[in-house]
Design a protein around this ligand. Structure first.
Ligand SMILES: O=C(O)C(=O)C[C@]1(C(=O)O)C=C[C@@H](O)C=C1
Length: 282
């Protein structure tokens, strides 16, 4: 089976994908949109993409394409500890760094460290931490640095100058497996942390109490929510859709009726799936 992931090799997403699909062919993609498109066009069966980080929050591109990609399902979630290191080419002068490259999530997760030690040095977003490390390794004549993981440092032959530069010790990223088919994902080798469902809800029109009505559908049924995130619909300021996680197994009449009630409220509702959350190693 072919599994797309946000590449190149040694990205955090690859580290997650290897643990989730140890037997399968992993196909690197240059960005998150390409992961969704590879699934949607049937080039791969599934993809692993980042959804949320405990320091920096939601990966907005993933949320956008969950909404935009017709018929996409979530099969599982996996949480992995994240450690960022500051690395340069072996021949580079670490006293005069010209530019620092990384994925915007990694730059944000290490913001205070970089601000304290490299305030004047320009920071540039890259498509992934691994792509940044690769770029630095390919430009040994310049004093460039990347924020990436230890595997990227090893693979691209870079020297780690500062270890563990993420601003908070507790740093975890949540990845999801996406697919067009709503099958279940099981893995006996990984620890199951929980079970949940994902929903995308769009309110009909802006009116007083609209969100309250939607939330009350879950509240009076005692359905526990672990996440609610609003994201712009890109149709004008103030227009949002909501990504909602409902804790536990899904499938009773109670759940079915909740969806019916949401639709009766004219809240456009898309069920992303009922899936397990797994724990990964760094
Ligand atoms: O850049 C990478 O290596 C990724 O896999 C992406 C990503 C993300 O988008 O959150 C994954 C984990 C870390 O939080 C930092 C970056």
């Amino acid at each position: 089976m072919k599994i797309a992931f946000l590449g190149p090799e040694a990205s955090f997403t690859q580290l997650a994908a290897i643990q989730l699909f140890p037997e399968d062919e992993l196909v690197p993609q240059p960005n998150i949109l390409d992961c969704f498109e590879a699934v949607s066009k049937g080039v791969v069966e599934k993809a692993v993409v980042p959804l949320e980080n405990s320091i920096e929050g939601t990966v907005s591109m993933t949320l956008d394409y969950l909404y935009k990609t017709k018929g996409i399902k979530i099969l599982a979630e996996a949480v992995m500890p994240i450690a960022h290191h500051f690395m340069m080419h072996h021949d580079s002068d670490s006293e005069s760094v010209e530019k620092i490259y990384s994925h915007p999530q990694a730059l944000a997760q290490s913001f205070h460290f970089l601000d304290e030690h490299f305030k004047e040095v320009p920071k540039q977003d890259f498509s992934s931490t691994a792509a940044a490390a690769k770029y630095v390794s390919e430009n040994p004549d310049r004093n460039l640095a990347a924020v990436a993981n230890q595997f990227a440092a090893n693979l691209y032959g870079l020297r780690v100058i500062h270890h563990n530069i993420h601003d908070f010790e507790q740093n975890h990223t949540r990845f999801i497996i996406i697919s067009k088919a709503s099958e279940s994902y099981e893995n006996q080798n990984l620890k199951v942390l929980g079970e949940k469902s994902g929903l995308l809800v769009t309110l009909p029109e802006d009116h007083a109490g609209g969100l309250h009505q939607v939330l009350s559908v879950f509240a009076w049924r005692k359905m526990n929510l672990s996440k609610i995130e609003s994201r712009t619909l890109k149709t004008g300021l103030g227009n949002y859709f909501f990504f909602i996680n409902v804790v536990g197994e899904w499938g009773s009449a109670l759940h079915h009726n909740a969806l019916e009630e949401l639709r009766a409220l004219d809240a456009e509702t898309y069920f992303l799936g009922n899936y397990k959350e797994f724990g990964l190693e760094s």
